[in-house]
Design a protein around this ligand. Structure first.
Ligand code: SF4
Length: 288
């Protein structure tokens, strides 16, 4: 087994364990496939992680540094001025914690008894104290990215923002319905790389609706509290592959065991035959 993939986590990290919490990405996993979610959160077998998007991480890091300069100075970033957003980056003592993947913005949801968390990219604030959730997105596409479409990924982005808005509201903040995606698009139409990648930067507004969240939390709690393994997502080919691979492994092990047993039996028969042949020749020899 790969040293990078630990198939089973300690029970502490599963539902009911002291370290378990329901992150924004886990909510999304449930919406994508309740069975994968159950396997991960209840049985402790997470999906293998894909490769890290290191370029996106680098862009995120630099954007955070850039907005932090304005946060410290209480000034608006040029992109906010360009798009007429009359706000500044929010200078709150918990911003670092909210941005950390291991803590994030947290809220204990009493009706389900689950701790919900989500790590935000940024928060801006209007002069009246209303907050704006901001999410950085880095991509490299032909043309300008000026709006979010109705694709699986972009709907996931919208839900992501709505969860952050919900979490901040539950923490007692007044949060604007409108959040922003700060979209940076790597330009591939330049003459040469020349040691740098240039980006177009756009601000895309999204009017969030968090009304779906309590209902999904309820469904998640029922799924985790039950002992029934949810059905596989019909459009996913991996479960069928996994089951068929597991069945083939089992069959091949049984076959190998049967062969070993058969070989063993044959060996025993041969030993018996040899022994009786030896005895026979001994008794024949004693006649002479
Ligand atoms: S259907 Fe796909 S996504 Fe769901 S549990 Fe199976 S492998 Fe995971």
């Amino acid at each position: 087994m790969s040293e990078f993939y630990k198939a089973k986590r300690g029970a502490d990290w599963n539902f009911g364990g002291s370290k378990w919490k329901l992150s924004r990405s886990k909510i999304d996993l449930f919406m994508e496939c309740p069975r994968c979610f159950y396997l991960d959160n209840k049985l402790g077998v997470a999906r293998p992680r894909g490769p890290a998007f290191t370029l996106n991480i680098a862009v995120d890091k630099l954007l955070k540094k850039e907005f932090d300069i304005h946060r410290a100075g209480g000034s608006a970033h040029p992109i906010m001025k360009k798009y007429g957003v009359k706000a500044v980056p929010f200078n709150h003592p918990d911003v670092e914690k909210w941005r950390d993947n291991f803590s994030g913005v947290q809220f204990f949801h009493a009706p389900t008894g689950m701790k919900i968390s989500g790590a935000i990219d940024d928060v801006w604030v209007f002069p009246d104290g209303e907050l704006i959730v901001v999410d950085y997105k880095a991509t490299a596409k032909d043309g300008d990215v000026t709006e979010l479409s109705d694709t699986k990924w972009q709907n996931q982005y919208k839900r992501q923002m709505e969860i952050y808005q919900w979490l901040l509201r539950r923490n007692g903040f007044k949060v604007s319905m409108t959040g922003y995606f700060l979209y940076v698009n790597g330009k591939t139409d330049r003459k040469a790389f020349d040691g740098k990648l240039e980006f177009d930067v756009n601000l895309i507004a999204h009017k969030g609706d968090d009304s779906w969240i309590p209902d999904i939390l309820d469904k998640i709690k029922k799924c985790l509290a039950g002992s029934e393994i949810p059905k596989a997502a019909p459009e996913c080919e991996f479960c069928a592959y996994r089951e068929s691979a597991g069945r083939s492994f089992r069959e091949s092990l049984i076959y190998a065991k049967e062969n070993r047993n058969a070989d063993h039996k044959t060996r025993l028969i041969k030993i018996d035959e040899k022994r009786s042949a030896d005895k026979k020749s001994e008794s024949t020899a004693s006649l002479f």
